[in-house]
Design a protein around this ligand. Structure first.
Ligand code: ATP
Length: 218
């Protein structure tokens, strides 16, 4: 059951496969920002990249296995239940219907945030949710040299009061700086497996078991 007063964090991704980088990010934000929960939302057909090599069902199973019994993390399969491209604006609108009053926080890495003007109906995202921009330690600060559109978007909506994320249900951009993140990527894991190496310790053992059972990424 969702706590009505705390924001829900939303972390989308292909999760092909989910790994400790994603999981630490989600848990860190859950605890730092006192979120009701962080929902991991596997993408069916991401608009800006190739169709994932592994089926939606297996990627979902891997996320479920990874977060089993972890307080604060949950999985949301709504993008997998829709046909067509997985546009974030559609996902947010659907969540907004389910949670009319609750604060929603879309979690985006700095690179994704800077690339927003390429997203479908990007200017509508803030009508449905806040945007939580995550800056890793090694990254330079926001805003720097960016396209005018994103600079204006940033300047108009950024907040320096974290309470706004609770008081309002949408409309603010919050920058979370200095987040400790792990240098792990799904690409690296797929490459290790494809070349016969052991990806152990980069991802939960329960996820690795699913990969081994289905002979994924070989
Ligand atoms: P790939 O290597 O296939 O591109 P990925 O590991 O980057 O995959 P995604 O599923 O594309 O994983 O990522 C989902 C979200 O998690 C994105 O917002 C991404 O920026 C973030 N993310 C991925 N890896 C990490 C990490 N190691 N630390 C923090 N955030 C991460």
């Amino acid at each position: 059951m969702t706590n009505e007063t705390k924001p829900i964090g939303l972390l989308g991704g292909t999760f092909n496969p989910i790994h400790h980088g994603h999981l630490r990010l989600a848990l860190e934000l859950y605890e730092r920002l006192e979120l009701a929960e962080v929902r991991l939302i596997p993408s069916a057909q991401p608009p800006h990249r190739k169709q994932p090599s592994v089926s939606s069902q297996l990627r979902l199973e891997m996320v479920q296995a990874a977060i089993e019994n972890v307080k604060g993390l949950s999985v949301d399969d709504r993008e997998l239940r829709r046909s067509g491209l997985s546009y974030t604006i559609d996902t947010l609108s659907s969540l907004r219907q389910d949670y009319p009053q609750q604060s929603l926080c879309l979690i985006l890495g700095r690179d994704a945030f800077l690339g927003l003007p390429q997203w479908h109906q990007w200017e509508l995202l803030l009508s449905q949710a806040h945007i939580l921009v995550v800056e890793r330690r090694q990254e330079s600060r926001l805003p720097e040299k960016q396209k005018e559109a994103i600079k204006y978007f940033w300047q108009t909506h950024q907040t320096t009061s974290r309470d706004d994320l609770k008081k309002q249900r949408a409309g603010c951009i919050w920058l979370e700086e200095n987040l400790p993140t792990l240098d792990i990527s799904a690409t690296q894991i797929r490459h290790l497996i494809a070349t016969g190496k052991n990806p152990c310790y980069l991802l939960p053992q329960a996820v690795l078991n699913i990969i081994n059972t289905h002979q994924l990424y070989r």
